[in-house]
Design a protein around this ligand. Structure first.
Ligand code: SF4
Ligand SMILES: [Zn+2]
Ligand SMILES: [Zn+2]
Length: 384
């Protein structure tokens, strides 16, 4: 088959039949940087091209697929992003990431005119896991001059947790930043693996509730104004897809980069990375020399969010920008949904009878979960 690559133009003869993915692999072309056209039609990676096919591989990144150039300084690019139709050198990529964060802080979805996610006088707590997103966020906000400390929650997931904690500790020490550490087993009497077994719930369900609780409790006890998490565009799009698949109105109404706090019980929660893909946050860490845990949590298999992410990746590969379109399109319309939920009468927030943290029921979801867990973990003493 004849394959014409463009910009710079070249013709290649390959023995077929081959799939589009195989052709791109032979030519060493990254699939997300090009469109592949066969018989005047766009074809996707799994499309089979016959022996006599004539195919055009057309770059979609400004600066050309051969040697992408930085859109700002025209120097050699280190990363290209089809969604933005742009490529950057290291220094300008850092600018791009910090500009997206700035845009989220100053004009993010869900903010009223003139409102910001947070200000330079706020005291902020970023929840760090040792992964790329939360450390990129902490680094960027420190570089941008914000007052932000870290919080690491020890989940007791074997070597994964040990390595994550070491990385967070080193990160904080190198920057002379404050890192709070809360070990679930020491403080609350269970770790995630045995806690999930005892609760009879999904591991990630128990883990998610525990982390949200600890983030808020530490923020309240230490007087932080805002809790920040490293949720990125991929996370938020996957969560949205999950909420849509279940038509979970309550979660759809609440989903967004800003969750306002309330009544001195609940800190404001913000997600300043929601405009950046996980590829961008990972690249930011590499460019900035930030060490992060590359391995995934070994319990991730139970996380349905990952299936949704994989499904969205397939769509994104075929149409770059689809994830951003899905998420931002939803957030543009979301004010309407939230209004509907408010009119429907959101339940009032009170204090938990056990721990005093916010809840819409007598005893908060965390305390109910923890009571179930410690009831079946005999060797643990009451820790709270
Ligand atoms: S994958 Fe699940 S268990 Fe592991 S850290 Fe994430 S939420 Fe917790
Ligand atoms: Zn540049
Ligand atoms: Zn409680």
């Amino acid at each position: 088959m004849i394959v014409r690559t463009r910009n710079p133009d070249a013709t290649h003869e390959l023995a077929g039949p081959l799939t589009v993915a195989e052709v791109l692999d032979r030519l060493d072309v990254a699939p997300h940087t090009v469109l592949v056209i066969h018989d005047g039609e766009l074809v996707t990676a799994d499309h089979e091209l016959p022996e006599d096919a004539e195919v055009e591989v057309r770059p979609v990144i400004s600066g050309g697929a051969g040697t992408p150039r930085c859109v700002v300084c025209r120097g050699p690019a280190v990363i290209e992003e089809p969604r933005h139709r742009a490529a950057w050198c290291g220094a300008h990529f850092v600018d791009h990431v910090q500009r997206q964060i700035r845009k989220a802080i100053d004009h993010g979805h869900g903010l009223t005119p003139g409102e910001r996610m947070f200000s330079y006088t706020d005291r902020m707590l970023v929840a760090v896991s040792g992964g790329k997103d939360s450390l990129a966020l902490w680094d960027a906000l420190l570089a941008m001059g914000y007052r932000v400390d870290g919080l690491y929650v020890g989940l007791g997931i074997g070597g994964y947790s040990t390595r994550s904690q070491e990385i967070c500790t080193r990160f904080a020490e190198e920057r002379r930043a404050t890192l709070h550490v809360v070990d679930l087993a020491e403080t609350y009497g269970y770790a995630i693996p045995n806690g999930a077994n005892a609760a009879g719930r999904s591991t990630c369900g128990v883990c998610g509730l525990s982390k949200r609780y600890v983030f808020n409790r530490v923020a309240m006890e230490h007087g932080y104004d805002v809790v920040l998490t490293g949720h990125n565009l991929d996370d938020e799009a996957a969560t949205l897809l999950g909420n849509l698949l279940r038509w979970n109105d309550a979660l759809l109404a609440r989903q967004g980069p800003v969750l306002r706090g309330g009544d001195g019980l609940q800190a404001r929660k913000c997600k300043p990375l929601y405009r950046l893909s996980e590829r961008e946050t990972a690249a930011y860490c590499v460019v900035r020399g930030i060490e992060y845990v590359v391995e995934e949590c070994p319990l991730v298999a139970g996380n349905s969010g990952h299936e949704h992410k994989a499904a969205l990746d397939v769509i994104e590969a075929g149409s770059p920008g689809a994830k951003a379109q899905l998420l931002f399109g939803f957030l543009d319309r979301q004010a309407r949904l939230s209004r509907g939920a408010e009119e429907g009468g959101a339940a009032a927030l009170g204090s938990c009878a056990r721990c005093g943290m916010p809840t819409t029921t007598d005893v908060c979801a965390f305390c109910r979960q923890r009571e179930r867990i410690v009831a079946v973990l005999p060797q643990h003493e009451e820790a709270v």
